[in-house]
Design a protein around this ligand. Structure first.
Ligand SMILES: Nc1nc2c(c(=O)[nH]1)N[C@H]1C(S)=C(S)[C@@H](COP(=O)(O)O)O[C@H]1N2
Ligand SMILES: [Mo]
Length: 198
C-alpha cells in the first residue's frame, strides 16, 4: 500500500513537471509569434499616379524663422545650384539602393539662411530642423549639424536627376554624408520646419 502511494505521488509530481515545461514551450512560441507579427521593414512601390498625388509644387519653410518661405523648383533654380555627381543612396551596411549619375540641388543651409532662424543671440543655437513629406515621413537635423559641422555641406534639397525633374515629388531632401543615406532621403518633400529645443 505504501509503495503504491509512493509511486502515485511520484507519477503526479512527474506529470506536473511535464505540464509546466509544456506551458513554458507554449509561452516561448507565443512570444516568437509576437515578434514576427511586427510590421516588416517594407518599401512599398507606388504607382506613378499615387506618387503624383503625394507630390508638392511648393515646399514651405516655417517655424522659428523670420521669413516664412514657399519655394518651388523655379525658386531653387534662382539660388546657388550645385551639381552632385555619382550620388549613391545607401541602406543598412552601405548597400547601394539607388545610384544617380548627376543631380542638381541647393544646400539646406542656404535655404535656412534665406529664411533666417530666429536667434536671440549667438548662444541661442538649440534648434532642430524637420524635413516632412506628404506621406508623413520625416528626417531631423540639428542646428549644429547644419551650421557647425561638415554635414552642412552635405544636406541638400534635390530637384533634378540626370537633367530631368526628380521622381516621387518635385523636391527631395538628402544628406549625402550619412553612413546610410536612405533614412534622411525624403521623397515628396512638403515642408522644412525649424523648432527651438524647449
Ligand atoms: N517620403 C518618404 N521618403 C522616404 C521613405 C518613405 O517611406 N517616404 N522611405 C525612406 C527609406 S526607408 C529609404 S531606404 C529611402 C530609399 O528608399 P527606396 O529604396 O524606396 O528608394 O527612401 C527614404 N525616403
Ligand atoms: Mo530604408
Amino acid at each position: 500500500m505504501k509503495t503504491k502511494n509512493y509511486i502515485l505521488i511520484l507519477f503526479i509530481a512527474f506529470s506536473c513537471s511535464m505540464c509546466n515545461s509544456s506551458k513554458k514551450d507554449k509561452e516561448e512560441t507565443v512570444s516568437v509569434e509576437k515578434i514576427s507579427d511586427k510590421p516588416k521593414h517594407e518599401h512599398t512601390v507606388l504607382t506613378a499616379e499615387d506618387s503624383l498625388k503625394l507630390a508638392n509644387h511648393t515646399i514651405e519653410i516655417k517655424g522659428e524663422v523670420e521669413n516664412q518661405l514657399q519655394l518651388t523648383v523655379d525658386s531653387l533654380k534662382k539660388m546657388k545650384v550645385v551639381t552632385i555627381e555619382n550620388l549613391k543612396i545607401t541602406g543598412k551596411g552601405g548597400a547601394i539602393k539607388r545610384e544617380v549619375k548627376s543631380c542638381k540641388a541647393v544646400l539646406l543651409r542656404d535655404i535656412l539662411d534665406k529664411a533666417k532662424i530666429k536667434q536671440t543671440d549667438h548662444k541661442d543655437r538649440n534648434f532642430y530642423i524637420v524635413e516632412s513629406a506628404s506621406d508623413d515621413y520625416k528626417a531631423t537635423f540639428s542646428w549644429a549639424e547644419i551650421f557647425n559641422n561638415p554635414t552642412g555641406d552635405n544636406a541638400y534639397i534635390i530637384f533634378e536627376e540626370n537633367g530631368k525633374p526628380v521622381k516621387n515629388g518635385e523636391m527631395i531632401g538628402l544628406c549625402k554624408n550619412d553612413i546610410a543615406s536612405g533614412p534622411r532621403h525624403v521623397y515628396w518633400l512638403k515642408s522644412i520646419e525649424v523648432y527651438k529645443v524647449k
